[in-house]
Design a protein around this ligand. Sequence first.
Ligand code: ADP
Length: 385
Amino acid sequence: MISFNRVSKHYPNGTTAVDDLDLELPEGGITVLVGSSGCGKTTTLRMVNRMVEPSSGTISVGGRDVQRADAAELRRGIGYVIQQAGLFPHRTVLDNIATVPLLLGWGRRKARARAAELLELVGLPADAGKRYPHQLSGGQQQRVGVARALAADPPVLLMDEPFGAVDPVVRTQLQNELLRLQSELRKTVVFVTHDIDEAVRLGDRIAVFRTGGHLVQCAPPAELLADPADDFVAGFLGAERGLKLLSLSTLADVPQRPAPTEEAGPKGAGGRWRLVTSERGEPLGWRDTEGPQGDRAPLLPVRPLRDGDSLLTALDESIASPAGLVARVDADGVLTGVTDRELIHEHAGRRHAEAARTAAAANGTAADGTATDGTATPQDAGVTA
Ligand code: ADP
């Protein structure tokens, strides 16, 4: 959908911001560009809508060479979101969102109706439309920025550190919103961040850049985490690669068994611990049946998990849970069973091995380092020499 073919950008002062970039960004996916500050991510992004012109090479969007397109027209067909939203301060929220539709000649009424629709889509109340940007929180402004970028329903969305300026809680909310929107809209998204956790959370593919504008590796997050191309990528991913990998798989196919509730009787999975539930069956907390206060003992907290929660969250809860048990609930929050720590560990290990195998297959080597096409690898040579 978006392709970079031998693209370089040199600035007159001698800086090479992007160096001979070949990259294909698939349609309908989120590709995240990561790397430390100054490695060429923003330059790469801005060459897509011609805010920066490449020194050499070609970039095409939907098969069309962007150099041959009219820049203003090109930009109207590509949504653009930046840090701190970049909203027009003297226009209302609704008018901000309606900017591109108005430029496209939709007419005031239709543009505003579309803006109101988008306000709802990004989770803002209708009355926010009449306000000015400074009357909204940072997170709300960022949502307006996303709504504005989506207004004319462009197939491509460029997002440059869009959530960089908000606190971690709001950032997580905005990331969740983006994933929800994307599951409906299926835009081709290019997302720049220097935060590897954000990249792993959002990316269908992650492109890692190194200073000097070199692309080092581009792969789906699980593949990148299981098999980084070199020490630079491994260092960038950080020491807890295995845990990050667990954030990508869910609890869905990890079995559960009956929970040790009060009704289940004194003997069961939880040993001395009982899971207390509400009348509706929602887990309320753990009770220590052998504690000195007996039935009056305060409940220890439980964090009930759903099938869609990650194995990393499950591992965390299994450590925090006094019984080493994770309480599982259905979509309505009603207890369905428990899974114990050991089983979560076992599945975590299995996912890790699977990811390593998939990555090795994608790179033409088996997980043990031998080539899958039957030829010898350098590792083999080391062993047999
Ligand atoms: P990133 O987004 O990864 O932080 P950028 O793409 O913004 O990196 O910048 C890449 C390199 O190009 C940096 O060394 C930066 O200083 C340099 N650069 C960016 N814009 C210009 C410019 N207009 N003139 C000269 N150098 C620039």
